[in-house]
Unconditional design. Structure first.
Length: 297
């Protein structure tokens, strides 16, 4: 099976490359930085054109792991976030329509589309009320996948990823904890600590991608990607600190960070019916992440 990973040097993309190569896929890559990797396309950072990869090869699957995944950035530079998360997705869809219409296309959306849900757990049919430009842009990208499935017959699906983490991630909660633990004995975080997230380790996320490739109808389909486990930020932070630097103390400032939701807990019936089973607990995942962090020094 031939697969194209766009954003192949990023957090999720690099893990996809390693996984699908290990499964014997014929893996092609595309990203904005130079690389000596075989079957690699360097994309223009300012004005991406996705035609060439699809003109030169016929893929069975394309996974788009590119774009911005930073809520704060979307407030600072909403136009750039829109370009990365909406415009580029549309460009990829056009390239697939024009040159490789049988290619299955998987795009990463986000749980940010839900905002603060009225009810828990969150199903794929829950009302979407994003709290940030990032969340709105991810929702717009989903609509594009529905549009190109309905009107052009493309095989598309969106993955609403909740709180993914693992080696290679240099943002969000655990990276923030790491950075602050290096410079002081007290680690100050936003919020009260009672906020909740549904964490998923990167290896389990990639397992879901593989299951979706082989089982989804690809009709603009949407899937929650999580573990159906509600864990408080305070608990998750303490698991990290206990593993990385037990003498540190986590303190919460009580302030709500712009764009941050209060509570997340996903239903994952759709991917569970495909055969998804969690393989890495939060404690095990944090051990693996901390091991990677120590190797950065």
């Amino acid at each position: 099976m031939k697969i194209l990973i766009i954003g192949s040097q990023g957090f999720i993309g690099s893990h996809c490359v390693a996984f699908f190569e290990s499964k014997g896929f014929d893996v092609f890559q595309a990203d904005v930085d130079a690389s000596t990797c075989k079957n690699y396309y360097k994309m223009d950072r300012q004005n991406s054109d996705y035609s060439m990869p699809f003109q030169e090869n016929q893929y069975d699957v394309c996974v788009n792991a590119s774009g911005s995944a930073h809520v704060g950035f979307s407030f600072e530079k909403p136009s750039k976030d829109f370009e990365l998360n909406v415009v580029n997705v549309q460009k990829i869809l056009v390239a697939i329509r024009d040159y490789n219409s049988n290619c299955k296309f998987i795009n990463f959306s986000s749980a940010a589309v839900y905002g603060n849900p009225q009810f828990l757990p969150i199903t794929e049919n829950s009302v979407c009320k994003p709290l940030s430009p990032y969340g709105f842009h991810k929702l717009q990208s989903e609509l594009l996948l529905t549009e190109y499935s309905k009107f052009f017959g493309l095989k598309t699906c969106s993955l609403r990823v909740f709180s993914a983490y693992g080696p290679g991630l240099k943002k969000q909660l655990f990276w923030d904890l790491y950075q602050k633990a290096l410079v002081g004995n007290e680690i100050l975080l936003f919020g009260s600590g009672s906020e909740t997230r549904d964490f998923i380790y990167i290896d389990d996320l990639v397992q879901i991608i593989d299951l979706v490739i082989h089982n989804s109808p690809f009709q603009g389909t949407i899937y929650n990607v999580a573990n159906q486990e509600e864990i408080t930020i305070a608990e998750a932070a303490q698991v990290f600190v206990n593993e990385f630097s037990p003498e540190k103390k986590v303190v919460f400032n009580g302030e709500v960070k712009q764009g941050d939701p209060n509570n997340w807990l996903a239903t994952i019936d759709a991917v569970s019916q495909m055969g998804y089973l969690k393989t890495i607990s939060l404690g095990e995942g944090i051990k693996k992440y901390v091991k990677w962090l120590r190797e950065l020094k």
